[in-house]
Design a protein around this ligand. Structure first.
Ligand code: ADP
Length: 220
């Protein structure tokens, strides 16, 4: 089933969302004030139009009210991003995702009712920092201020042991939710407690940050 999306702002972030949605077969209305940007997406999105999204009349004329999900990816112009979000909200758009430039911007967007606020540079920076600090943390996804999901590479200390032997849940308060074995393509979701871990396997672990940190220091 095709779903309708609009992407406002076709910079690196909005452009990437637009390409991905389109390649997944979604109907996408791509909007930008710059002609060059719009031309770039003429053959990618279902429709690409030059328009200023802060102009309510223009948004109405584009039929934005009939669109299920609008992504506001206006970059540095924070004022335009806030104004556009506010108008989309007033027009009754069901789902609005907005890219925030900084924490202050994020706060305002949450206040005015954006359904999802994303902060790609900050979040990607955090994820990369975690993988830089520890060679064994491959990826880090923040679930809340205190909880995360991490991908860790099993070291020699775990090798040849089962999840029961390691007693990770009782000893560290974390859960191994999936294992990507080093020598197989498939990922093993909800692994059995008797699963043997080999050096180089990738474990996907969920838990409180302090528990994950202890687990990583002592076991990985
Ligand atoms: P990124 O960091 O994702 O590359 P940019 O700041 O480069 O973001 O891109 C933001 C895009 O949003 C630009 O292409 C710009 O022309 C577009 N844009 C800015 N203001 C508006 C507006 N009022 N309406 C529509 N598009 C806008």
């Amino acid at each position: 089933m095709k779903r309708e999306f609009a992407v406002i702002g076709l910079g690196r972030f909005g452009g990437s969302i637009c390409r991905e949605l389109s390649s997944e077969g979604m109907e996408v209305l791509a909007i930008d004030t710059e002609e060059d940007k719009v031309n770039e997406f003429k053959n990618i999105a279902s429709h690409a139009v030059i328009a200023d999204a802060t102009d309510e009349k223009v948004l109405k004329e584009l039929g934005i009210r009939n669109i299920d999900h609008v992504i506001v990816a206006i970059g540095d112009n924070i004022q335009a991003s806030i104004l556009t979000t506010l108008m989309l909200k007033e027009l009754g758009i069901k789902k609005i995702t907005v890219k925030a430039q900084n924490d202050y911007h994020e706060k305002v967007l949450n206040k005015i009712g954006a359904d999802q606020v994303v902060h790609p540079e900050r979040d990607m920076g955090k994820r990369i920092a975690h993988s830089i600090i520890s060679n064994n943390i491959l990826d880090h996804l923040e679930l809340s201020d205190e909880h995360s999901i991490v991908e860790v590479k099993a070291g020699a200390r775990m090798s040849g042991k089962t999840l029961i032997d390691l007693d990770i849940r009782a000893q560290y308060g974390c859960n191994v939710v999936a294992i990507k074995p080093i020598n197989k393509k498939e990922i093993n979701v909800s692994p059995m407690a008797t699963e043997v871990i080999n050096k180089g396997d990738i474990l996907i672990v969920i838990g409180a940050d302090k528990d994950i940190s202890r687990f990583e220091k002592q076991l990985v």
